[in-house]
Design a protein around this ligand. Structure first.
Ligand SMILES: C[S@@+](CC[C@H](N)C(=O)[O-])C[C@H]1O[C@@H](n2cnc3c(N)ncnc32)[C@H](O)[C@@H]1O
Length: 271
């Protein structure tokens, strides 16, 4: 999706860039924007990693590499030991890259307890299909240095999205990618979505109208259709009179499952 979003942002003129649900920060990192930027996510471990990348990428890489080499030699026991007592940015970076399918999942009983299983990769003891190379060959020092330079003018916050953007107005560009909820809720998505639901979508729409009236530019991501079912809330109600782009997309979870067809949605502010 990044390749569809970045050009829409780059064709606009703005002084400050905001990404209040930044997650992997893929959009920000692809923009090459050198001006003041404000990145935020409610998940503290992600922001902890970005702060370490910004402040001291060499130290982060050295710690990450030690864990990576240990897992390459000894396998999953290293992953599970780190998971038990994860604290540092290097611990979290290591876990997020080494978990099953890169899953970032916390317990619903204790939101600080990471509970994704080991991906059985990046170890000489992994299974037959696994990538038998250390994980630090994926997250290289060169990449961390590039990211550190991109974060140089970025403020990195951990909190609710509204605290990040509530003072925005003319000259500001905001890219928003909140949790998607229109496919319904189950226990797993409740945890993943951090309590985000229809009420939060409605409040967000009111707030975006307010920011729009102050002259802020924004682009909002969601899903307009999944398995033939239409996201009526976004398409026909909250953003009925906004310009939208729909981008068809297929993804597979693996294990011989049929591909899921979705249409990604981008809603654009009016000005
Ligand atoms: C759909 S994901 C964003 C994905 C991101 N664009 C990426 O490329 O990885 C939604 C993100 O919103 C964060 N989040 C959920 N509720 C939030 C809130 N109230 N305020 C800020 N961030 C929130 C989650 O931690 C998650 O990283």
């Amino acid at each position: 999706m990044t390749r569809h979003i970045a050009p829409l942002i780059q064709t606009k003129r703005f002084d400050r860039y905001f990404e209040p649900f930044c997650g992997s920060a893929a959009v920000f990192l692809s923009l090459g924007f050198k001006g003041p930027a404000f990145l935020n996510d409610k998940q503290s471990q992600i922001i902890k990693i970005y702060r370490a990348i910004k402040d001291d990428p060499a130290m982060l890489f050295a710690e990450f590499r030690m864990l990576s080499e240990a897992m390459y030699e000894k396998g999953g026991s290293v992953y599970y030991d780190v998971r038990e007592n994860a604290r540092s940015a290097a611990d979290w970076l290591f876990l997020f890259y080494s978990s099953f399918n890169g899953l970032i999942r916390f317990s619903n009983k204790d939101p600080n307890k990471f509970n994704a299983s080991w991906g059985k990769r990046y170890s000489k003891l992994g299974d037959a299909l696994s990538m038998k190379k250390p994980v630090h060959e994926l997250v290289t020092m060169e990449r961390l240095n590039e990211m550190s330079a991109l974060f140089a003018n970025a403020s990195l916050a951990c909190g609710d999205y509204w605290d990040c953007i509530k003072d925005c107005g003319k000259g500001d560009m905001i890219y928003l990618d909140p949790p998607y909820t229109f496919n319904g809720k189950d226990e797993a998505s409740e945890v993943y979505n951090m309590g985000w639901g229809e009420a939060e979508d409605r409040l967000l729409a009111e707030r975006l109208a307010e920011l729009e009236s102050r002259g802020a530019l924004w682009i909002l991501s969601n899903v307009s259709e999944s398995r033939g079912k239409r996201n009526k809330l976004y398409m026909d109600e909250l953003y009925a009179d906004h310009k939208k782009k729909e981008i068809p997309y297929k993804y597979t979870i693996g294990g011989g499952q049929p591909a899921t067809e979705v249409k990604e949605l981008l809603v654009l502010s009016k000005y």
